[in-house]
Design a protein around this ligand. Structure first.
Ligand SMILES: Cc1cc2nc3c(=O)[nH]c(=O)nc-3n(C[C@H](O)[C@H](O)[C@H](O)COP(=O)(O)O)c2cc1C
Length: 307
């Protein structure tokens, strides 16, 4: 029998648990000529801010062993332009659309949420809480600000609000719980890891902003650990993210506690990868005679005592 890949994520029915991660899939519709977008569980757009942003100067990307660094700087067309043609094209694909939103201040998050709230084509808002605030501090490194951003967007939004968290915090369970208590309907664990690289031929940093975010296979074990730590304290679902390149990686995140996963850098390597990951999950379920993907969440076989 064919395994059932459907999952329910924060009340949203997904045909499978694989989403495109923000910023690595354009606004979502641009890949239509390369892959059957209809096969994806849901599309998460690149992060949108209230005003358009040009992003950071080049170089904005650098390869490192096992992954990559980026400092795109939230380049985007701004929320008012997004709800025009891009949203119309996205809606035609026929999969749920999660819009990623960021801001430098609580007010900026709320302003964008207000514009988005009148569009029924949007299934969820993912709050990118890993961007710097006006004092150059990462939003989700400030627990009270994180809670306030979530509360203010929840007041406005008619759709589920997912808090995307930075993994570089002392206690990811505490941060996830704060997001849940503020009203988040789900959490994404996790965004990139702060990192840097220097070219030893020129002695120059490889990124224009010196530091950026690390992603790709090298971060996977750290993000799986973060999901595993947050899962026991949460009632809301986790969207696992970090270094997923295969069905096996996706299943690993789900066994650690994720209800669904999002695929980032792997889509930059090849647009086909996200489809291969969906097929890979199905193959593993069939081989193991597991009837549904939803049954994987938190089912790590933990025979040893943990200290
Ligand atoms: C080039 C690039 C751009 C990204 N842009 C965003 C973004 O706009 N918003 C966001 O929340 N995350 C962004 N991310 C982070 C990814 O969504 C994802 O959380 C992270 O890369 C870890 O997953 P991965 O290892 O599968 O890439 C970006 C990542 C990359 C590589």
């Amino acid at each position: 029998m064919k395994p059932n890949l459907n999952v329910n994520f924060a009340g949203i029915k997904l045909k499978n648990p694989v989403l495109s991660a923000s910023g690595t899939f354009g606004y979502g519709y641009e890949l239509a000529d390369l892959i059957p977008l209809k096969k994806i569980g849901a599309i998460i757009t690149k992060t949108i801010t209230f005003e358009p942003r040009p992003g950071n100067p080049q170089p904005r990307i650098a390869e490192v062993e096992g992954g990559m660094l980026n400092t795109i700087g939230l380049q985007n067309i701004g929320v008012k332009a997004f709800v025009g043609d891009p949203l119309e094209k996205l809606a035609k694909i026929g999969v749920p659309v999660f819009v990623s939103v960021a801001g430098h201040s609580l007010e900026e998050y709320a302003q964008s949420a207000k514009v988005l709230s009148s569009y029924k084509e949007i299934s969820a808002i993912e709050l990118n809480l890993s961007c710097p605030n006006l004092k150059k501090k990462i939003v989700c490194h400030d627990l009270p600000l994180t809670a306030d951003v979530i509360k203010s967007v929840k007041k406005i939004s008619k759709v589920p609000v997912i808090a995307k968290l930075s993994p570089l915090v002392a206690d990811i369970a505490e941060l996830s719980l704060a997001a849940q208590n503020a009203g988040a309907d789900g959490v994404t664990i996790a965004n990139t890891y702060p990192a840097m690289a220097i070219d030893v031929k020129t002695f120059k940093p490889k990124l224009s902003t010196v530091k950026g975010g690390m992603s790709g296979p090298c971060i996977k074990p750290m993000s799986v650990r973060a999901v595993y730590d947050a899962y026991p304290v949460l009632k809301i679902p986790i969207l696992g993210c970090g270094g997923i390149t295969s069905g096996q990686d996706a299943v690993e995140f789900m066994l650690a506690g994720a209800a669904a996963v999002s695929v980032g850098s792997a889509s930059l390597v090849s647009a086909q990868n996200i489809i291969k990951i969906i097929d890979g999950i199905e193959k593993i379920l069939a081989e193991k005679n597991i009837s549904s993907a939803a049954a994987l969440t938190g089912k790590i076989n933990q025979a040893v005592n943990i200290c």
